[in-house]
Design a protein around this ligand. Structure first.
Ligand code: PRP
Ligand code: URA
Length: 208
């Protein structure tokens, strides 16, 4: 069973509260999504592989490390886009692959509208980036796509999860660890997370 982590870091919880606030404007909302993406990805990547490497400081030679894993960042359009910059800043050699999915408002099922993955993955670990794990349909579909593409190690990095989405991911992708800022109480009848933060795409792009 994949592990589920809800951050206990004070910075994450402070920023999450600002993100939830309905008075937070799109500019600040985007800034918070970017910063939280970086903080949560930092926590999610603590088990990446490294190899040793000698380094010459201005004073002497010493042993250091460098990342051995090749990382792919996979934002789910649209809302996942806002997390990319913060995470990419931490690992600038990562490749970024976009998957476009939207939730059908009636069925709440994900509809794929964009996918430009190359023929074969050149990465060993993929981080799926999407602030919201609600019914779990979008995250499950993205992990399905990445596994069909040949990726062996996948982690989901999000901001808020609902219990329904977490259990769907655990059921369909028990090998995928889930990193979130918090797991909220429940979904409402329209598939929105409660108490949540509203529509993460609309709040970033000002389209609400
Ligand atoms: C949101 C969110 C996730 C999805 C989560 O995207 O960014 O991708 O809903 O819901 P689920 O777990 O029930 O699948 P949305 O479909 O609203 O598209 P958008 O990012 O383009 O606004
Ligand atoms: N997508 C969002 O943007 N917010 C939710 O609460 C659920 C799905």
């Amino acid at each position: 069973m994949g592990n589920v982590y809800a951050s206990t870091h004070p910075l994450v919880n402070h920023k999450l509260t600002r993100l939830r606030d309905q008075n937070t404007d799109p500019k600040k909302f985007r800034e918070l999504i970017r910063e939280m993406g970086a903080l949560l990805a930092y926590e999610a990547t603590r088990d990446l592989a490294v190899t040793s490497r000698q380094v010459l400081t201005p004073l002497e030679e010493t042993e250091g490390v460098e990342l051995a894993d090749r990382i792919g960042l996979v934002p789910i359009l649209r809302a996942g886009l806002g997390m990319v910059e913060g995470v990419w800043g931490l690992m600038p050699n990562a490749e970024v692959w976009h998957i476009g999915l939207y939730r059908d408002e009636r069925t709440l099922k994900p509809v794929e509208y964009y996918n430009k993955l190359p023929i074969e993955p050149r990465v060993s670990v993929c981080l799926i980036l999407d602030p919201m794990l609600a019914t779990g349909g979008s995250a499950v579909a993205t992990a399905d796509i990445l596994k069909r593409w040949g990726v062996k190690r996948i982690k989901f990095v999000g901001i808020l999860g609902a219990p329904e989405g977490v259990s769907q991911m655990q059921k369909h992708h028990p090998d995928v660890d889930i990193h979130l800022a918090a797991i909220d109480r429940q979904l409402n009848e329209h598939g929105y997370i409660l108490p949540g933060l509203g529509d993460a795409g609309d709040r970033q792009f000002g389209t609400g």
